[in-house]
Design a protein around this ligand. Sequence first.
Ligand code: NAD
Length: 432
Amino acid sequence: MTTATLNKKSKKIPVRGMMENVMEQFNSASDHIELHPNIRKILSITNNEIVVHFPVKMDNGDVEIFTGYRVQHNNALGPYKGGLRYHPTVDIDAARALAMWMTWKTSLAGLPYGGGKGGIQLDPSKYSQSELERITRRFTFALADNIGPEHDIPAPDVNTNSQTMAWMADTYMSTRPPAERTANQHVVTGKPDGSGGLEGRDRATGFGVYLTIKFWAQHNDESLEGKRFIVQGFGNVGYWAAHFLEKEGAKLVAVQDAFGSIQNKDGIAVEDLFNYSKSNNGSIVDFPESKTLDKDEFYATDCDICIPAALGNQITKEVAPLIKARLIAEGANGPTNVEGEKILLERGVTIIPDILCNSGGVIGSYFEWLQNRNGELWQLEEVMPKLEKKMKESFEKVYAFAKAESLDLRTAAYCIAIKRIEKAYIQRGIFP
Ligand code: NAD
């Protein structure tokens, strides 16, 4: 496709359902860069949507049927890349929106990847470890060649972890012809470090969240020492972000997870809370020397920085006016909806958008994929500086573009990400 063959008269694609947020963000950036209408059409829709129903034998001998999703949004820049989530809210609409966010994220980070996302609609707390293993293995088998190390590469997300990825890699490799088995280890990333995983992948997303906050502070001639922060979601992303911020002298003053909210204005020791939640079925509730809060009180906690690191659509028009923080660092994907964001921006709050803020995870995944592909084993000491370099490049690009074009950071990040994909389409054209 050359510019000359493109039809400039095409209209904006209408938004729908849960995709509303991501489509509004996409349309607003596309308007700003005057994205070619035909490329807007392509990027407004997902390439492939795989829905599988599969049976699994439970511990009591009964068979349960599960529904799994894998949405592949776009692969103009490389194989589809993105996590798998195990949660009752997983459905086709959520998977579409999350897959789209991945396309922008990988593009912004300058990686040779597209975007995909998926998962299984279930509450993992209702299943034993051996049931979760059989569910994961059967899901991998059902996805079959819809995933692959050069085609679509899943990773951990909410309620999935390195163990889930180890089961997936093992199942995928076991179902290949014998001579191809070990060469397929990079079908998933986020594996344990004894099974092809990358040293530091566990902390990569949270470290990246912390780095973007540090870069923001540097641009404002501020130090993180003494800054008070609150975290929603104390899982992989929330814990590691808090860990690195605390090391820099910042103070964690409130936390919310799926079970409740706690606060201590004098500070909550991050490692103590992590160890407590591990021994308390993953819940932070009733942590000693903390006050229990309700959901709204959590958001209203006096602080400098708010890190949503749980689910999407959390900072809405109801919640946004309560927030005291000057900075929102989006560890989660899509935590601030369009209405919530509008209120925050009007109040002068800065938002480091998800596709920049939590991109340390997919950058770490890219390093793992390269390591497996090249038969190498990278050390933590080389991983972390490489990750910091890439995060810094992305942050500075977004910050400079936002300043130059008088945009908020999200719109700036989207503009950069979409322009890169547009360039690939213009260069390659549309088959046939
Ligand atoms: P996780 O499963 O390790 O942790 C999720 C946390 O959120 C838990 O503490 C859980 O209790 C809490 N939570 C769940 N529902 C909640 C609710 N309704 N209210 C408050 N808290 C709730 O997941 P994670 O890997 O840390 O992912 C968190 C977010 O970060 C997700 O949006 C995910 O898409 C995004 N993300 C993760 C990665 C990664 O590498 N893991 C990378 C990029 C983005």
